[in-house]
Design a protein around this ligand. Structure first.
Ligand code: SF4
Length: 468
């Protein structure tokens, strides 16, 4: 067996854990037969075998978002552990809200805002669910979260054409994530297994350096994941990376010099590629994973095969994400014949899949074709509502693109379920089209502040008043 494959298997397969998992069945969630019916099938897809809980994110993860809200994860924007500044870190970690959420998860109760995952499991889509990545922490009994995610600033040195970040703020000393925050977070940093840093561009965010220094000094085994645009690499960063346990993902959207610089406004292609060479060497030397992150949209879909070949050649995992906003740059809003043309183009390439990385990369490539197929079949008002809501969250709620998208998807899935339960399946598209033509703020406030029952009864009156 090749070393790379052996390492990957070693990370996900533990014979004793696997043997135990054969007798470990998930708890049946009360009052949710649809979810209960899917649990055995869901267990079969878990890399470490069956587990009692569906999701171990609850007690193992905390996400610090830009306005100070502390969440369990980006897929659940509804249930908040608290707001930093109004409460101390200690009060949030030990607080009632976190305990309540953890207890709900111990009974597989996903009703506290976890509809995104719940609906994916119910519809049988298990691939890539965040829940599974945390199975590795299922044995963690500590009161401290194993993973911290930092999405505390949108500060960035580039102005990429597809970037939705409206508030690429300049760092100020008045930021709520100031040195007092760093002081309060330090006890947690000693216990974590992983920390993840998002931006903006993490390597230009000053507070991140302070957090990295603490982790490297107090907890050097902890994994530090950073997603960077690759423009910054100086001696200080190299030293930091050499001393800490870093895993890097570099965002590259094209290997064509001109196209790259047109997309990543302000970046120098040659320089980024030199930095990427250093990261490749670093990951080999330190035996760390490295990934290349490509955002797919109208400007660069032709470059996908090139990117994949480059990753295979350099033994890097690829990570594809899709641009949903701005809609005029996205693939999903293209006419179906255009999407078919892209599908055909991509289907014309073949890639070897001998090593574990190559197999993984090829799987990611075929998923793009699947996505195009899905978009062709589902280019409907629901997707457009997700896009409008995401824009509203980015512009008015200071959410990152990923978070906004996840929250909007969760709301639209919920809304669809609610409309169906209220008996209006046949009018679904018309109702959603009507909401789309209205004001997103009013819709969001009604959704947040009213119970499912009162929304259903209002829907009743409202539908009767519409000419359907
Ligand atoms: S939204 Fe999903 S991943 Fe997040 S805590 Fe809930 S079930 Fe877990």
């Amino acid at each position: 067996m090749k070393a790379g494959k052996a390492n990957i298997l070693k990370n996900v397969f533990h014979p004793i854990e696997w043997a135990k998992s054969l007798t470990r069945k998930p708890y049946k969630p009360k009052g949710d037969p649809e979810l209960a019916a899917k649990l055995n099938e869901y267990s079969k897809h878990r890399p470490l075998g069956s587990r009692r809980q569906i999701c171990y994110v609850a007690n193992n993860n905390m996400l610090f978002s830009r306005d100070g809200t502390v969440l369990a994860c980006s897929y659940n924007q509804q249930f908040k552990f608290g707001k930093y500044h109004e409460k101390s870190i200690d009060e949030i970690v030990m607080g009632e809200k976190r305990t309540q959420f953890t207890k709900a998860h111990q009974h597989n109760n996903l009703t506290l805002g976890c509809n995104y995952c719940r609906n994916y499991i119910v519809s049988g889509k298990y691939q890539g669910l965040k829940t599974m990545n945390y199975d590795i922490y299922s044995g963690n009994k500590s009161k401290w979260p194993a993973v911290l995610e930092f999405d505390i600033s949108s500060y960035c040195n580039l102005r990429c054409i597809m970037c939705n970040e409206k508030n690429r703020e300049v760092e100020t000393e008045n930021n709520i994530y100031n040195d007092k925050f760093i002081e309060e977070i330090t006890p947690l940093l000693k216990h974590i297994k992983e920390a993840k840093f998002y931006g903006g561009e993490p390597f230009v965010i000053k507070q991140y350096y302070k957090i990295w220094d603490i982790i490297v000094n107090l907890n050097p085994q902890a994994k530090i994941f950073v997603i960077t645009n690759g423009t910054h690499l100086n001696e200080r960063i190299k030293n930091l990376l050499n001393n800490g346990n870093f895993e890097i993902s570099v965002s590259i959207d094209s290997l064509n010099n001109e196209k790259f610089e047109k997309i990543r406004k302000g970046a120098n292609f040659e320089k980024v590629m030199q930095h990427l060479d250093w990261f490749i060497d670093y990951s080999k030397r330190k035996k760390r994973s490295l990934s290349l992150s490509m955002t797919i949209f109208r400007e660069n879909w032709e470059d996908i095969p090139d990117i994949l070949s480059y990753c295979n050649k350099n033994k890097i995992s690829v990570f594809f994400s899709y641009l949903y906003n701005p809609r005029e740059l996205s693939l999903w809003t293209l006419p179906n014949n255009e999407k078919d043309r892209i599908k055909e183009y991509l289907s014309g390439f073949t890639f070897t899949a001998k090593s574990a990385i190559e197999q993984y990369n090829r799987k990611c490539y075929t998923e793009i074709i699947e996505h195009l197929r899905y978009w062709s079949q589902n280019f409907d008002d629901k997707l457009q509502l997700v896009s409008q809501l995401s824009n509203y969250f980015i512009e008015n709620k200071n959410m990152s693109t990923e978070t906004a998208r996840a929250h909007a998807t969760e709301i639209v899935l919920n809304l669809t379920k609610l409309i169906r339960e209220a008996g209006y399946e046949n009018q679904l598209e018309t109702i959603i089209a009507t909401i789309r033509n209205g004001d997103m703020q009013s819709f969001y406030e009604a959704y947040l502040n009213k119970s499912a029952e009162s929304l259903k009864s209002e829907l009743d009156t409202w539908v009767k008043s519409l000419t359907l």
